[in-house]
Design a protein around this ligand. Structure first.
Ligand code: NAP
Length: 328
């Protein structure tokens, strides 16, 4: 069977992304064939499409770490034909072909049934961004973070993960401070539940080993000096969840926040999240679902033809919220 989608071709000297028809392999035991409806554009996808990050592990490969659609053929005992499913991470669009195509073959271990309260389009507005925000919030809570410990700072707040983090934390009773470089997004972030918005530049300087305590905890999308400052300014026994590297993949810190204040640095890795926790994250998303908030986070719906262009804008920090992709 043929599919229509994006393929990225690369070698040492060149990097090219183009839309084409390609042939799918036949299904192996445990696999399903999905007619996709939607995918989404995440920062990782933007790195993969533009070649700005080494995301794709072989060439040619279809990018797209998120997908949602209906099963049209199944060799799985867990999933039947006509069932709607979603898949986020689990190597898709990275080590195996991803969601930027009309059809995709998935292994049952990569699939999650579409949560009952969500349409396929809504599931992709959440996508990896919503899923990862839910995972970070669960990790903070499991590690003992309580609203009484003080405000949670969310960096990269106007982006996908950041916007969901603001909303989810506020819904669970936390005071949220949104760190953003975009003044135009303040109103939207306050509506999503931020108590206040702080300019990114006010948190960008290199911090001392310990600063005065300013925050109860944090969800960080930026890395580098931002993450260092969050650790140094965090409340006794507070937690900082590290999600992203939109500013830098480095972290220079001292052990002082850990050994003098009991601060925890929590890793958040959505790609290889264990299945039980994956299902818990989607349950949390379903329980907090709101059409109004979700629509305020959706920035645009695009076709495969525009993916390269919007990816470049995302890398240049010229996008906000979520972009979803209607697949052919
Ligand atoms: N660990 C995981 O499993 C996981 C999962 C998903 C995403 N991620 C990572 O999390 C980060 C956010 O992902 P996303 O999909 O939400 O991306 P996104 O929608 O592009 O959001 C990133 C936000 O970070 C800020 N930003 C971007 N470039 C920046 C720069 N150079 N310096 C300072 N701030 C900058 C911007 O927010 P403001 O303008 O509001 O400041 C931007 O909206 C990315 O690094 C991504 O790779 C990790």
């Amino acid at each position: 069977m043929n599919a229509n989608g994006l393929k990225v071709y690369f070698d040492k000297n060149s990097y090219q992304c183009r839309q084409e028809e390609f042939t799918l392999n036949s299904l192996k035991n445990g696999e399903i064939l999905l007619k996709t409806d939607y995918s989404s554009l995440n920062y990782k996808d933007a790195l993969a499409v533009t070649g700005k990050g080494r995301i794709l592990k072989s060439s040619p490969l279809t990018p797209g770490i998120d997908t949602c659609g209906q099963i049209i053929k199944s060799r799985s005992n867990q999933y039947q034909e006509k069932q709607d499913i979603i898949a986020t991470g689990c190597g898709i669009g990275e080590t195996v072909d991803g969601g930027y195509a009309s059809h995709i073959i998935l292994h049952e271990s990569q699939c999650v049934p579409l949560p009952g309260k969500l349409t396929k389009k809504e599931a992709m507005i959440y996508g990896t961004a919503g899923f990862t925000a839910a995972l970070a919030v669960l990790r903070l809570k499991q590690n003992g973070q309580e609203p009484e410990m003080g405000p949670i700072l969310v960096s990269g707040a106007s982006g996908g993960v950041g916007s969901f983090s603001v909303w989810f934390l506020n819904s669970l009773g936390f005071e949220v401070w949104a760190l953003t470089s975009k003044e135009s997004q303040h109103k939207r972030l306050l509506t999503l539940g931020a108590a206040k918005c702080i300019q990114t530049k006010d948190w960008s300087d290199k911090s001392k080993a310990l600063e005065s305590i300013k925050i109860g905890g944090a969800i960080d999308n930026l890395g580098g000096t931002f993450l260092q400052k969050m650790l140094a300014s965090c409340q006794l026994w507070g937690s900082v969840a590290s999600i992203g590297l939109a500013s830098s993949h480095t972290l220079e810190s001292t052990v002082m926040p850990f050994i003098l204040r009991g601060v925890s640095l929590l890793g958040v890795s959505s790609n290889n999240c264990p299945r039980a926790l994956r299902l818990e994250c989607w349950k949390l998303i379903e329980s907090l679902h709101s059409h109004t908030h979700l629509n305020s986070i959706l920035d645009k719906e695009i076709l495969l033809e525009s993916v390269e262009d919007v990816s470049k804008k995302m890398i240049d920090n010229k996008t906000t919220g979520r972009t979803i992709i209607r697949t052919p």
